[in-house]
Write a new protein. Structure first.
Length: 294
């Protein structure tokens, strides 16, 4: 017997007639009768006898039902699990992100997602570019969200959107700042460097070299969090990614894009042999909308 035979037998046994079974399964009566006869021919014995317009289970049917009922319960549970995953009910999402994204963009995406999928659970971690591949290969996370896809790495990735570099400063230090700042406007001001902080620091350093601009570096910070704290303390201004700046924004602080703008991509990365689940892909759509500012 295949699952269709089991489903028909179970429905007839529980409902007592072909017509009631057909209504329960939302199929035609001839389809029920045909499948039931086929099941009986495969088994080599009758499952039901007709009496007063009803189908009476045989002793063999009673013996078979206990086994069939357990299988039917498992099939029902499997279908319900599939429906829950499609609806985003239940399930665990293990997501890692760069600290700059984990400060604001990731929490915002999680909040939006839980509004529509309140039963989903999250396991969130921060990840640095140097640890990204290790966390994926050691199964510490399922999806890592970062700026730069490691070259030649055997991983898949999904583009989520674009960010840009911005100047983070105290309003009192540049009260008349235009909507966008040229790099030359930063010269002669105390600058907090992030040159050694990964792809974003390298991206900005490369642009300074290309333009031949030399800034007055007073502090070199290894993390964006320290850099923003130094700005808040009045040490100087810095250039960070837009996600860090937005998360750090507070009274007295301001941010401006550069002119011309310097942009970078945001990617979700995963192992090729462990692609994102449907639920994870749904969350990444939400994350993408947050990254794009929608």
């Amino acid at each position: 017997m295949n699952l269709r035979h089991i489903e028909i037998f179970h429905a007839v046994y529980v409902n007592g007639s072909v017509s009631a079974a057909a209504r329960a399964l939302n199929i035609s009566q001839p389809s029920v009768s045909k499948t039931l006869r086929h099941a009986e021919s495969l088994l080599g014995f009758e499952l039901f006898q007709r009496a007063a317009g009803r189908l009476i289970p045989t002793d063999d049917a009673h013996a078979l039902f206990s086994e069939v009922s357990e299988i039917q319960d498992r099939v029902h549970a499997l279908r319900e699990a599939g429906r829950n995953l499609r609806r985003g009910e239940g399930g665990m999402l293990r997501i890692s992100a760069l600290p700059s994204l984990a400060l604001g963009a990731l929490p915002t995406a999680v909040s939006h997602f839980l509004t529509a999928h309140p039963k989903v659970r999250f396991d969130l971690q921060t990840v640095h570019h140097d640890d990204l591949l290790r966390k994926l290969h050691e199964r510490e996370t399922d999806v890592a969200i970062a700026y730069e896809v490691p070259p030649a790495a055997p991983i898949g990735h999904k583009w989520l959107g674009e960010g840009e570099l911005v100047v983070l400063y105290r309003e009192e230090d540049m009260p008349d700042a235009p909507p966008r700042l040229e790099l030359e406007a930063l010269c002669g001001r105390p600058f907090i460097s992030l040159a050694a902080s990964g792809p974003i620091g390298l991206l900005f350093s490369a642009e300074l070299d290309r333009r031949g601009v030399v800034l007055d570096e007073v502090v070199s910070a290894r993390t964006f969090y320290i850099a923003t704290a130094l700005v808040r303390a009045g040490v100087g201004l810095t250039v960070v990614d837009s996600f860090t700046a937005e998360a750090a924004m507070g009274p007295g602080l301001a941010m401006r894009g550069l002119k011309p703008s310097i942009t970078f991509d945001v990617h979700a990365m995963f192992l090729l042999n462990r692609p994102p689940t449907a639920l994870a892909l749904d969350f990444l759509k939400t994350m993408g909308r947050v990254v794009e500012g929608e």
